[in-house]
Design a binder for this molecule. Structure first.
Ligand code: AHR
Length: 500
């Protein structure tokens, strides 16, 4: 079957904010300890950070990194993570039933970002704390010296401050599992008060209110409306979180997960715009899709997460999903969805970065390697620049249980001056698709590079034993003739094509 795609330069969707290529480091499992930080490792630097992991994070092209949670943040005291390391408290982390040694905190994380070439984005504990502690954290983090907390930061080795501009007002406050979970009404009021207080200290912050932790949440929609009615003038973003996995062996629905993400983004934008109308506001609220990924949550729930008073491990192996080729294809299509909504999604964070549902895996004392999902992220972050163009896709459909009839091919085209890129996914499980894209309007007539994730075995994965079983390979079929780019996409594949 043939698929026709037209990319129009006339009315682009919007400028691609580089912050959509963000990620997320939570104090969870082995993301921080034995992930980015392992003082005894042969590649560890003087601060205990693994250089091999930093090199991979740079190659991944991550722009921002959300920290320190996630569910963890709702029980976190940021003060525990600053000052002399041997004086830092050891705490029980209720979110993941683990022991937190606090050997990594704000300073270490900021230093690590400088090394990794990324920008920190901080989440504030609004589960078990309030405005005052949020103000303390901001004073410590950003303010010039001359006050007790900024002076303490200087005494702890960072006189300049960290200049963090983007802040999340809590995490997943709609979720009953969250410490301090509350109603939209209560959270909206707290988020508004906290945002106003923070802006009194530093007006130019970019603030994110908690949206829903999933489109399937019973409060989805009404949560966003209520929270935004309270916070509309105080915040810049509303967050969205989504994780996808196959359920009951339904692979066609899983492959079409990006349709759910499309609807999620469009529903949140519509709700935000309805509040805009209700409040007669001129301001537009953007979406921070600050947790997204493929996550086999059923495996996590089946796993014996440790409970009991005598079992609080340090850095246990939690949520260490091993990603397949099919997972990487779905993952690539989620990135296509984010880019197709470049006008509304101005920030996003791949959850997470190392070991925990992550593109990068490590072994203590051993190697670090790329999961299958590493490739679509790194290639998209490098090639998708400038603006996202509007595309029209004429493709056959596959029926899916969860998302109705799903076009077998999804795509987005981006353009930056004389360079362009096309990102394509074939969701069909057995048939290749030949795609023709009119590119003569793009001002780029030459293929500069092609990359593809596909395999005869869609379950193939990279593991400690076989770290490069799956890599991105060129797609030799791509060619341009008479202004039309033709490419054949194998079944269950993700492809990127660079043009100049
Ligand atoms: O990313 C894993 C967890 O998923 C985060 O801690 C939480 O915010 C979400 O439920």
């Amino acid at each position: 079957p043939e698929v026709r795609i037209t990319a129009s330069t006339a009315a682009p969707v919007g400028a691609i904010d580089r912050r959509v290529f963000g990620s997320f480091v939570e104090h969870l499992g082995r993301c921080v300890y034995d992930g980015i930080h392992e003082p005894g490792h042969p590649t560890a630097d003087e601060q205990g950070f693994r250089q091999d992991v930093i090199d991979l994070v740079r190659e991944l092209g991550v722009t921002t990194v959300r920290y320190p949670g996630g569910n963890f943040v709702s029980g976190y005291r940021w003060e525990d993570g600053v000052g002399p390391k041997d004086e830092r408290p050891v705490r029980r982390d209720l979110a993941w039933h683990s022991t937190e040694t606090n050997q990594v905190g704000l300073h270490e994380f900021a230093h690590w970002n400088a090394k990794a070439g990324s920008e920190p984005m901080l989440a504030i504990n609004l589960g078990t704390r309030g405005e005052l502690e949020a103000l303390d954290l901001l004073e410590y983090t950003n303010l010039p010296t001359g006050s007790t907390l900024s002076d303490r930061r200087a005494a702890n080795g960072s006189p300049e401050g960290f200049g963090v501009r983007m802040w999340c007002l809590g995490n997943e406050m709609d979720g009953p599992w969250q410490l301090g979970h509350r109603s939209a009404e209560d959270y909206g009021k707290l988020a508004s008060r906290t945002a106003k207080a923070l802006r009194q200290m530093q007006p130019d912050l970019e603030l994110v209110a908690c949206g829903s932790s999933g489109r399937g949440m019973p409060t989805f929609g009404s949560w966003e409306r209520t929270v935004l009615l309270h916070t509309y003038d105080d915040v810049d973003f509303i967050s969205a979180h989504a994780y996808y996995q196959p359920t009951g062996g339904d692979l066609d629905s899983f492959l079409a997960s990006a349709i759910d993400m499309d609807r999620f983004i469009e529903s949140v934008a519509a709700t935000a715009d309805a509040v805009k109308a209700e409040l007669k506001s001129d301001k537009t609220i953007f979406v921070s899709f600050d947790e997204w990924n493929v996550w086999y949550q059923d495996r996590y729930h089946d796993q014996d997460i440790v409970t009991g008073q005598d079992n609080w491990p340090i850095a246990p192996r939690l949520l260490e999903d091993v990603y397949t080729v099919m997972d990487a294809v779905v993952f690539g299509s989620l990135m296509i969805s984010l880019l197709k909504h470049a006008d509304r999604v101005k920030a996003a964070s791949l959850a997470q970065l190392v070991n925990v549902i992550a593109p990068i895996m490590t072994e203590p004392g051993g190697p670090a390697w790329r999961q299958t999902t590493f490739y679509p992220f790194a290639i998209t972050a490098r090639l998708a620049r400038g603006e996202a163009l509007r595309v029209e896709i004429d493709a056959p459909t596959v029926p899916t249980e969860k998302h109705g009839d799903a076009p077998v091919v999804d795509a987005v085209v981006t353009r930056d001056g004389g360079e362009a890129a096309a990102f394509l996914v074939n969701r069909h499980r057995s048939e290749p698709m030949t795609v023709r894209i009119r590119v003569d309007g793009l001002g780029s007539a030459r293929i500069t590079e092609t990359h593809q994730i596909a395999d005869d075995d869609p379950d193939a994965a990279n593991t400690l034993e076989d770290q490069e079983r799956v890599t991105a390979r060129p797609n030799e079929s791509a060619a341009i003739e008479d202004g039309v780019l033709t490419v054949t996409l194998p079944p269950v594949s993700w492809t990127a094509i660079g043009l100049a």
